[in-house]
Ligand binder design. Sequence first.
Ligand code: SER
Length: 886
Amino acid sequence: METHEISNRFLKHFEQRGHTRVPSASLILDDPNLLFVNAGMVQFKPYFLGEVPPPYPRATSIQKCVRTGDIDEVGKTTRHNTFFQMAGNFSFGDYFKEGAIEHAWDLLTKSQADGGFGFDPARLWATVYEDDAETAGLWRKVTGIPAERIQYRGAEDNYWDMGVPGPGGPCSEIYFDRGPEYGREGGPAVDEDRYLEIWNLVFMQELRGDVSPKKGGPVLGELPKKNIDTGMGVERVAYLLQGVENVYETDLVRPVIAKAEEFSGHKYGRDHTDDVRFRVIADHARSGVMLIGDGVTPGNEARGYVLRRLLRRIVRSMRLLGVHEPVLPEFATVVRDAMAPSYPDIARDFDRISDVMRAEEEAFLATLTSGSRIFDLAAEETKSSGGDILAGDKAFQLHDTYGFPIDLTLEMAAEQGLQVDEDGFRTLMEEQRQRAKADAASRKSGHGDLSVYRQVLEQHGETQFLGYTDLQATAKVIGLLADGRPVRSVAEGGKAELVLDRTPFYAESGGQVADTGVLVGDGVELKVHDVQKIVPGLFVHRVEVLSGEVGVGTELTGSVDAHRRAAIARSHSATHLVHAAVRGAYGRRAAQAGSLNSPGRMRFDFTTAGAVSPDVLTEVEEEVNDYLQTDVEVQTYVTTKDKALELGAIALFGEKYGNDVRVVDMGEYSRELCGGTHVDRIGQLGLVKLVGDASIGSGVHRVEALVGQDALRYVRKEQLLVSQLASTLKVPTDQLPSRIDDVLGRLRNAEKEIERLKTQQVLGSAGSLAERAQDVGGVALVAEKLADGVDSGGVRALATEVRNRLGSRPGVVALFAPQGEKLSFVVATTAAARDKGFAAGKLVPSFAESIGGRGGGKPDMAQGGGTNPGGIDQAIAALRTAIAAR
Ligand code: SER
């Protein structure tokens, strides 16, 4: 049975049983605690928590999920996918345990002819939580499953929560016995490979805190109602029903393996190591496409980093299969064809997805090229110093700076007959992980405990935002926190977080920075520094008490800093216009990837393949400023999402929109879904001046612009700079470029000349040095300290020259050049000296210690450096002794 059919049957089954079909939420639903949506219940969380009344008592969905905790397991086991689909049915205070068991059992065991999955009931097992005899009894009653096939398991296995504070509850899981050839008898408690978990029924009934009950943490309280949250692994059911061996061989994933076989000429199913690579490629390609589809772009942090890691693992795996050419866009096409029937957006938005993949692959291939150079240097250094183990810090540097996976370093080292100090590498990695962990922990505590804010929200509902029309309003304090804890009042000089029932202050969102201003009441004055929606719908004002005392219930009049707000509004409106112009220039594929609207200045990031030419940006600037002259009125209105999209409004990837959306309209030219504040007429922008663009990583470009007076000031400053330069260089402004070229050219020539003279001067001393050669045991030894500052190239040239002058005599030249706190040295031997057994490289250890130095090389010439120029005389003496001793 095809995977799409499994999903369809699931949804149909539950629709027939009174469930409302709800589309999958985006993978990057807005939840500060979650990197990616990792379960079907995430979008329903407010209903479980009782924050919002559920619009339906029962729901069903197929949710896109990403879990990356087990990324290293992918391909090695039969069942780990980073992207997977979770089919779920949900009851919000409606049916509970018995209903959940009945619905699931019926769908699993109903014959395929009757619309079910047709599993053999005799091969299904159930697990229940510790002492949940009630559920065990229900399994027996509803399904007739014998007691031997019901197992009790502890919290580790049979308690479910989101992995973060929030709703949770005991659960009961359904397993399928794949048969004796897959492992030991004894049910899921004994072997989870043979007994494959296919469905988890969670009895969502309580709230957990910082420590999960899975790990022995306490339950903080009951949820308002008893709910059901179930999750069936669509890919797992597919692999059982399709008679294949693992999730990677199912109909929606296997085609990528086929493509990789075609590229590499290797065959899947022949060699275990290759097979793991094939599966990694197939899994990650699918996750990559789905993540980009939901608006993630590769980057160095958080979600972007996960995506980058997935994509790079594909490229690396392909290399290990012997393919060096770009492959990602091809894989993306295969994934699109497989997934589009269930996710049509992937096809609609495919050009952009493919562009992002191509750009990331190009960037990584370039990385591989520069990293390979570093690798070659490190390998050469290792070999020339006589070692055969590449140092751990080199492997780490390659990993950290050049994104080289350790396997790649290992493989390249092996090709050169080298080993890698893996222990050293791992120690450094571990140190880095600890640093990152400490960092993440400190960031998290900055977040505070969200439950306090949720309580305020629950008691008082969402903050009413008045700031679209009013910059001043009277409101009442309904929540007050200091240091993340609720307090009754805060006195003069104190800092607090304050929630009002209504507010004219805009909270940071959609790239628009927060308003600032003051709040004044009877005998009390506060300054508002920042406003954040810490939980959706709740505006939290970060304030400082300038005078008096503020408490819960205090009436305050808020005044937004109007001047600043107007400048922010100009920026935000400018962002919309720049967005429209960029889309005009690059088409729909230029997707907005982030923006910042601060007073007088805007920043706009967008993705597009390839370089952004300066000409296009000039055109964008022209077009926007041209359009300003139409001075159209900015209209805002609320409508349904469908209607807005029909009108051609731009919606942003990864943004969550409700059914009612706000549209900001600047004529036909620009129409976007947006909750921000804008100017009344676009003429108020005055001037929009682009001040630069930069590529900030794979296919993402950043344009910055100044707006209004700030734009004018910028232009004026540039003008001043140019006229200052012109007066310094004494030319009219239009001749500046040629004058600067001229000056730089002369400077370069002068530098070259100085270099030449210096070398000449150094070489000029070769004759007198050679004359000062001393006989040490039949060897002519020239061992000298040079004047300060000769560079290592000069030392080398001089040593060669002195050696030449020693002619056919056995001779050793050792020159030491102090360079401030450091020094460099060269040892050179004549052929006759080498015949007597004096190798330059072998002489270095005799004096290295005296100068805190290292170095090495071939028999005819060795070179190195040191950190103790004070030890040069001692080094010379040591060298003489070493030669005399032969
Ligand atoms: N939330 C549960 C899970 O992810 C059931 O849907 O397993």
